[in-house]
Write a protein that binds this ligand. Structure first.
Ligand SMILES: *Cc1c(COP(=O)(O)O)cnc(C)c1O
Length: 388
């Protein structure tokens, strides 16, 4: 199949005006953090109800800064989900703390709020929930638990740009909220992210953690001081310019993703035995469309069979606690059965705003033959053929 016919899992949608604006930034002589970053932050703040927002070169960096802001260090515990991109747990380790995993709810595939309280100890400092595929974690239950136990919340809302809880856009409420603008996220700046903050003091400290802890007095660096060992997390004006060009499309992108999800649901062949995601067109931004393959299907065979049909399929994500790094902390297979089942059977089907309705139909038409191959390669089929 010609590569131009290949349907990827996702693809950013950058308009020509944005491409031209990036050229202007490059010609301007000011390419790192400057006026575009300030403009991007102001617009994000307006979107999030006037809350302070600071951009970073990644959401990973934003979460590292969030952990530093609340003083997380050695001996502390952070409650989180094993069903996420590994950044969510890595930042906890890099802060010197321990990620304490809590299993998922099998329907939402997000951290199960009913299991959080049992994981709280005197060492718990914060809850770090993830809105997988842009389906928001129940914010009412989450903040009720955090409030009752005086815990901070760092929302890993990397995938939730444009999603909402009870009509309030993610980012407008809550404690610290980290959002990603990575190339595959719903709004991109190529690489980038932001942290939504609570007040002026936190914002000032965030700026220090973002750039070497350096503070200048007046207009020049003569007379500067350094008060903490900050990192290097600032966003460039080139990236901010891309982000600025994306923001006006956010509502249309979300609406289009919801339409595509509706089409997947409307035409999905239920007899294939796949487990579909929770059907929500009000709150979820449909960052991804993920189905669980039926028991016995060999996922690698399914993926290569779909690829042969010209369709990209992703895996988001293997359960984090089963990676070597986290087994070294004592985590074992069987600890979080829902996350393990999701992690071993999930596939992400193509989902991006420039997709056409017929692209969805093409994916769905390729499902049955690809699944037949995946099941034929599986243990059940092998046992059956041995008996025969
Ligand atoms: C993408 C992602 C991150 C990391 O974002 P970056 O901007 O790539 O650092 C963290 N958590 C989740 C859930 C993500 O999807």
């Amino acid at each position: 199949m010609a590569s131009s016919d290949f349907l990827p899992v996702t693809r950013p949608a950058i308009d020509e005006a944005t491409i031209a604006a990036v050229g202007d930034v490059l010609r301007s002589g000011w390419i790192t953090s400057g006026p575009k970053v300030r403009d991007f932050e102001a617009r994000l703040s307006a979107l999030f109800g006037g809350r302070p927002v600071r951009t970073m070169s990644s959401a990973t960096g934003a979460m590292e800064i969030a952990l530093a802001l609340i003083g997380v260090g050695a001996g502390d515990e952070i409650i989180t989900t094993p069903m996420s991109w590994v950044a969510t747990a890595n930042v906890v380790l890099r802060a010197g703390a321990r990620p304490v995993f809590v299993d998922c709810d099998p329907r939402s595939r997000n951290i199960d709020p009913a299991l959080i309280e049992a994981a709280i100890t005197p060492r718990t400092r914060a809850i770090l929930p993830v809105d997988l595929a842009g389906l928001p974690v129940d914010r009412d239950r989450l903040y009720a638990i955090a409030g009752a136990h005086k815990l901070r919340v760092i929302e890993d809302a990397a995938q939730s740009m444009g999603a909402n809880w009870a009509g309030r856009m993610i980012g407008t409420t809550g404690d610290l909220v980290s959002i990603s603008f990575h190339a595959n996220k719903n709004i991109t700046s190529a690489e980038g992210g932001c942290l939504v903050l609570n007040d002026e003091d936190e914002t000032r400290r965030c700026e220090l953690w973002r750039l070497q802890g350096a503070k200048k007095f007046g207009d020049s660096w003569d007379g500067m001081d350094v008060t903490l060992a900050g990192g290097k997390h600032n966003l460039t004006d080139i990236a901010a310019c891309i982000g600025l060009g994306q923001l006006p499309h956010l509502a249309a992108f979300t609406a289009r993703r919801r339409e595509l999800a509706r089409r997947y649901f409307a035409h999905f062949d239920r007899s294939l035995g796949c487990e579909l995601p929770l059907e929500d067109y009000a709150q979820c931004n449909w960052h991804m469309f993920q189905v669980l393959l039926p028991p016995g299907a060999v996922r690698s065979v399914f993926i290569s069979s779909m690829r042969d049909a010209g369709i990209g399929v992703g895996v988001h994500y293997p359960a984090i606690h089963l990676f070597t790094l986290f087994r070294q902390l004592g985590y074992r297979p069987g600890d979080f059965p829902h996350a393990e089942r999701i992690g071993s059977s999930t596939v992400s089907l193509p989902m991006f705003p420039a997709m056409s309705d017929s692209d969805v139909d093409r994916v769905l038409a390729a499902m049955a033959p690809a699944l037949a191959q995946a099941l034929a390669a599986g243990p059940a089929a092998a046992a059956g053929s041995k008996r025969a």
